[in-house]
Design a protein around this ligand. Structure first.
Ligand code: NIG
Ligand code: FE
Length: 418
């Protein structure tokens, strides 16, 4: 099966070194004006100027006319919590009236509220709601999604969520985005373990993790490491146990406080450290020296009405391969829109549009161990690409609050058409 995409005002390939992009490399998107793409059996066969690609197109090839629009690799969303029941609109309203996220959490709201609803929901109900959100990701041009559990906080409910994540990746007849599953049993202390964090950590280590690993239900393990949630010692024990079972490590670090979590990430050389809004310069330098990749989540800062965005410029200056993600979740970041995240990255963290696109595609793919497969449009890679309704890629971040994707292809098959 061959497919060719012609008439792209800009084919934004992100072709470049076969590793995460750092420093000035983040501004080099390898844009081809009047570009074209050939796809065979779900993979990119060739990407180049139309004049070079067109003569090679074989008879019988399906032609997609991009109509003079921008074509980009599908966004890779490297941090989401997409399986949960209910919403937190009541808390959203309370926050508008001045109550803080931490106050709500301390009063058994926040994550614990979503846990109560998610435990009650059946697997089918959770799959239905997550399929609805999946459509939002697609409509925003996302083709690969890291998906965390974490609203179950019991063995049974965590496994239920991970099975839903596995089902989400099985799409028919239209392809689904590709999911990378992460176990986040250490997202919060469940109410029944209040004051007994060590016992809950033991449950994670001795019961949950072995079952998650045996069922091959997660590639990564994540911990919300914060003095009010999991302290450094507990996070270290959980992450070390996960590593022993062959899982990759990610960590929610320095969302509300600097220090410990970043030091732990550096010590363990986790694959990523996510959030980092409150990380100090010393924390960031530690992470850089340890080769930990930062995943920045400006949607949560925006939605919580805070102003403390992560220090993206310092990280880029230090040569860290910054990635961006939505953090889609019902509490701190209810958005599935990577274009919205690009806008926030440019306006609030002073990343350039090119740096933001790089962070949302190739660098995000590397953060998930998928850099060789996804995140750029190069021969041999997955044909996951999006025709956006604009003529210049900078418009993705510039016009904010709109859905830009016109056609989304996953493995060379149309998964969504506006
Ligand atoms: O990444 N920080 C912890 N977890 C989420 C929030 C989850 C929630 O509020 O439901 C986050 O921001
Ligand atoms: Fe998160």
């Amino acid at each position: 099966m061959e497919l060719a995409v012609l008439n792209c005002s800009q084919l934004v390939t992100l072709a470049g070194p076969r590793r995460p992009r750092v420093g000035d490399e983040m501004r080099k998107l390898a844009v081809i004006p009047d570009g074209a793409l050939r796809v065979r059996d779900g993979r990119i066969l060739a990407a180049g100027p139309r004049a070079e690609i067109e003569p090679g197109i074989r008879p019988g090839t399906s032609i997609v006319d991009a109509g003079g629009r921008v074509v980009l690799p599908g966004f890779v969303d490297a941090h989401t919590h997409p399986v949960f029941a209910g919403t937190r609109t009541g808390e959203f309203e309370l926050r508008a009236e001045g109550v803080t996220y931490s106050e709500i959490a301390a009063a058994d709201g926040g994550i614990r509220k979503t846990v109560r609803l998610t435990r009650e929901a059946s697997e089918d109900e959770l799959l239905d709601s997550a399929r609805r959100y999946q459509q939002w990701f697609l409509r925003c041009g996302t083709t690969m999604i890291e998906a965390k559990s974490g609203y179950g906080l019991s063995t049974e409910a965590e496994l239920k969520i991970l099975r839903v994540i596995r089902s989400l990746g099985e799409g028919a007849p239209a392809p689904s985005p590709r999911y990378v599953p992460t176990f986040l049993g250490a997202h919060e202390i469940p109410t029944e373990y209040r004051g007994r964090t060590t016992e809950y950590a033991d449950l994670i280590i001795h019961e949950m993790l072995p079952q998650v690993a045996a069922g091959r239900l997660a590639e990564y393990c994540d911990v919300f490491c914060d003095p009010d949630v999991f302290a450094v010692e507990e996070a270290r024990a959980i992450l070390s146990a996960a590593r022993g079972l062959g899982m990759g490590l990610r960590i929610h670090a320095c969302q509300f406080q600097s220090g410990g979590a970043a030091q732990l990430a550096a010590e363990l050389r986790t694959v990523t450290a996510d959030h980092l809004e409150c990380a100090s310069e010393a924390d960031i330098r530690n992470l850089a020296a340890a080769g930990v990749q930062p995943v920045l989540l400006p949607g949560s800062v925006y939605s919580l009405g805070s102003h403390g965005y992560a220090a993206a410029r310092l990280m880029i200056w230090l040569g860290m391969p910054v990635a961006l993600a939505t953090d889609f979740n019902p509490g701190s970041s209810p958005t599935a829109s990577m274009p919205m995240i690009l806008s926030l990255a440019c306006t609030q963290m002073k990343m350039t549009p090119a740096e933001a696109v790089c962070a949302a595609t190739i660098n995000a793919a590397y953060s998930l161990g998928r850099g060789g497969e996804a995140g750029s449009l190069e021969p041999g890679k997955l044909a996951d690409f999006v025709i956006h309704d604009c003529g210049d890629y900078r418009e993705l971040a510039y016009f904010f609050g709109r859905e830009t994707a016109r056609e989304v292809y996953i493995g060379g098959v149309c998964a969504y058409r506006a």
